[in-house]
Design a protein around this ligand. Structure first.
Ligand SMILES: Cc1ncc(COP(=O)(O)O)c(C=O)c1O
Ligand SMILES: CC(=O)OC[C@H](N)C(=O)O
Length: 346
């Protein structure tokens, strides 16, 4: 389709891009679904669209109504662009640890941004819980009402991936996909895509690529909800079975250290022209591990969640990386090996 009725028609139908080095290294065909090409520049535009459409269908949203959400940023960006298009407003609660680039994108969209200290989920002031209470209190006073998007436990998020992401992958691989893997924030992308693909073929293997600091690797691999270590990645890392993950069981579980993911993300820039965020690095590292476990000749798909420029001040900042003891890409901040021929002008 090349003529859209609104920006909403530009959400989804993203291409699969062959990840050449990952494919050659494993003898598999590894593809990344280019979710950074969505209009809000992340996979979370899909959740934004499906959550808002679902609320409309249930009669929960009035014109001018307010959508409140707790988010690491990308879901807020997706919700804001959908809300603006359909005549709603957004109030976004975000942990202050998230990148300034994502906060700026939210401000540019006109979202009302409430930055809160990052505290664990069990704390009542955790950004997710606070956003739920905020939605309730705004709903009582605002004339057009308010809803809580509740991406973690609202399965409209997962359902969107069942009917779009999974169908697109099945179609674009001509039904030849053997494996799918990605990380979990809410679990909407992983559980929804897995559900949709397994409906086409029960032979498709599903993997979870978990960052350090998250508890799902230990849960699925060892039956124990336990986190260890930490990660600089954003938008992923879960410590509970959200409603979107209910009934989901991966065939393979991997725990990916940041160093492994960052090396892949940095090489992708110079070798394949792809500048992606940290969660995409975790996903590709997971796809490589899945490919090695499944053996050569398989087609494996993962998610390229968002652009690296959303994290320029962090994962592409040598000072930040050094402080965290992480590898620094050679091509950042290097000195040129040639002279620049300025002419002297008086
Ligand atoms: C960069 C990034 N990667 C991955 C995810 C995880 O997606 P999901 O919430 O569907 O698990 C998110 C969530 O917004 C994200 O922002
Ligand atoms: C940290 C996390 O799970 O974030 C959820 C979602 N990825 C977002 O950007 O809001």
């Amino acid at each position: 389709m090349s003529r859209y009725n609104s920006i909403l028609d530009a959400i989804g139908n993203t291409p699969l891009i062959r990840l050449n080095r990952a494919s050659e290294e494993t003898g598999c065909e590894i593809y990344g679904k280019a979710e950074f090409l969505n209009p809000g520049q992340s996979v979370k535009d899909r959740a934004g669209l499906f959550i808002i459409r679902d609320a409309e269908e249930k009669g929960l949203l009035e014109p001018g109504g307010i959508i409140v959400e707790g988010t690491a940023g990308n879901t807020g960006i997706g919700l804001s662009l959908v809300a603006n298009t359909l005549g709603y407003r957004t109030v976004i609660v975000i942990p202050d640890t998230q990148s300034e680039e994502k906060k700026d994108a939210l401000r540019l969209m006109g979202a009302e941004l409430i930055e809160v200290p990052a505290v664990p989920y069990k704390n009542p002031n955790n950004y997710v819980k606070l956003s739920g209470r905020l939605a309730e209190s705004i709903a009582k006073t605002h004339p057009s009402g308010a809803i809580w998007a509740n991406q973690f436990d609202n399965v409209a998020n997962r359902d969107g991936h069942v009917v779009t992401t999974a169908e697109e992958i099945w179609h674009d691989t001509d039904g030849e996909v053997d494996g799918f893997i990605c990380a979990v924030g809410t679990g909407g992308t992983l559980a929804g895509t897995a559900l949709g693909l397994k409906r086409h073929s029960g032979h498709i293997k599903i993997g979870i690529a978990d960052p350090m600091g998250a508890a799902l690797y230990n849960f699925y691999a060892h039956g124990e909800m336990r986190a260890e270590g930490s990660s600089i990645t954003e938008g992923i890392g879960q410590g509970r079975v959200t409603a979107n993950l209910e009934g989901f069981e991966p065939d393979f579980a991997y725990q990916i250290p940041d160093g492994e993911a960052l090396k892949i993300a940095f090489d992708l820039v110079t070798e394949e022209g792809l500048c992606l965020g940290g969660s995409s690095g975790i996903n590709i590292a997971g796809a490589i591990r899945l490919a090695k476990d499944m053996g050569p000749g398989h087609t494996i798909v993962t998610i390229l969640c968002d652009y690296g420029n959303r994290y320029q001040s962090k994962m592409f900042n040598p000072a930040f990386l050094k402080e965290k003891g992480l590898p620094v890409p050679e091509w950042i901040g290097g000195t040129p090996d040639f002279e620049v021929p300025f002419e002297k002008v008086d």
